[in-house]
Unconditional design. Structure first.
Length: 291
C-alpha cells in the first residue's frame, strides 16, 4: 500500500545519443540528462546501440557536479542496447550458441536493453559480445548479463516485426523458460515512441513475471526528441525511511509529464510486482544509495 511516507522515483531505462560522431556524444548526453531532469526523471540509463557510453568518467564528473539531493538528483546508469537472436525451427525454437541456419526467416530477433550499476560491467559485456557479428546470440547475451551481474530488459518486444505477434509471444515464453538465471528482469510495455498502453505486452509481463518497464527510447537530436522524454518511464516507490529498499515497481505512460504530480495523475496502469522481482531496481540502486 502506498502511504504518505512513500515517494515515487522515475526511471527512464532506455535512451540514446544521436550517434553521429564520437565528439558529439558528451554534449548529446548533457542535453539528454538536462531534459530528463527537467521533466522530473530521477534516473536514466544510456543504452546506445552496441556502443558503450564514450567518456563515461567525464560524464560522471559532470553529473556529480549538477547534483542536489534528493529531488534534483539524477542517477545515470551505463547500458547498451543489443540486437539478439535465436532460432525458429519446425518444432519450435532453439537457442544455438552460433547460427546454424542461414535463413533470416528462421531467426527471431529481440532488442535487449542491458543496464548495470558500474561502467566496468557494461564494458566487460561489450568485450564479451561485441567482437562477434550481429545480431548476437541470445544465449551468449543472457550469459554475459548474468555473469556480469547486470540486468536485461526486452525492449519494444514487437520490433523487429520479423514474425507475427503470436509467434513472437511464444518466443517470449520460450525465452522465459530458458532464462533460469533471470538475466531478464523486465519487458518494455510502454514506449515513449507510442501512445498506446500495450495490453498484450502487459499480459506477457504478468505471465513471465517480468517487471513492466516504461522507457522513452529517445534519440537525442532526432526530430521532436525532447517531446518523447517523460512519455513513458518506470516508476518505483520508495519508502522515505527505507530508501534503499524499493517496495514496489509501477508502470505508467505519460502524455507530457512535467512534474511529479502530473506523472501520478496520468498513470494508466500500475501494479505491484512480487517482491522477489523488485530486486531489478534494488540491484541497481542499492550500491549507489549505500555510497
Ligand atoms: Zn531498439
Ligand atoms: Zn532503443
Amino acid at each position: 500500500m502506498r502511504s504518505e511516507n512513500n515517494y515515487q522515483f522515475f526511471f527512464d531505462p532506455h535512451t540514446h545519443s544521436k550517434e553521429y560522431k564520437p565528439s558529439d556524444y558528451l554534449s548529446d548526453y548533457k542535453k539528454l540528462i538536462i531534459r530528463e531532469r527537467e521533466k522530473g526523471l530521477q534516473a536514466i540509463a544510456i543504452t546506445d546501440h552496441e556502443t558503450i557510453t564514450p567518456q563515461w568518467e567525464r560524464l560522471q564528473d559532470w553529473v556529480n557536479g549538477i547534483q542536489s539531493f534528493p529531488f534534483q538528483t539524477i542517477f545515470v546508469f551505463p547500458g547498451l542496447e543489443l540486437p539478439t537472436y535465436f532460432q525458429k525451427t519446425s518444432k519450435g525454437f532453439s537457442l544455438p550458441d552460433k547460427p546454424t541456419s542461414t535463413s533470416p526467416d528462421h531467426e527471431i530477433r529481440f532488442h535487449l536493453g542491458v543496464i548495470a550499476d558500474k561502467y566496468e560491467k557494461i564494458k566487460q559485456i561489450s568485450n564479451d559480445l561485441l567482437p562477434f557479428s550481429k545480431p548476437i546470440s541470445l544465449k551468449a547475451t543472457l550469459g554475459a548479463i548474468y555473469t556480469n551481474n547486470s540486468i536485461g530488459i526486452i525492449n519494444h518486444p514487437r520490433i523487429p516485426d520479423d514474425h507475427d505477434w503470436k509467434i513472437r509471444t511464444s518466443a517470449l515464453l520460450y525465452i522465459k523458460d530458458l532464462d533460469v538465471q533471470q538475466a531478464i528482469r523486465g519487458i518494455e510495455v510502454f514506449s515513449g515512441r507510442s501512445k498506446d498502453a500495450e495490453e498484450d505486452i502487459a499480459s506477457i509481463s504478468q505471465t513471465c513475471q517480468w517487471s513492466m518497464i516504461g522507457g522513452s527510447d529517445v534519440h537525442v537530436g532526432k526530430k521532436g526528441w525532447e517531446k518523447n522524454i517523460g512519455k513513458a518511464a518506470t516508476s518505483i516507490l520508495f519508502s522515505e525511511n527505507e530508501v534503499i529498499t524499493p517496495n514496489d515497481i509501477l508502470f505508467q505512460i505519460h502524455e507530457d509529464g512535467k512534474t511529479e504530480e502530473k506523472y501520478c495523475e496520468r498513470r494508466v496502469s500500475a501494479k505491484s510486482v512480487p517482491s522477489q522481482k523488485t530486486n531489478i531496481i534494488e540491484q541497481i540502486f542499492r550500491p549507489i544509495f549505500l555510497q
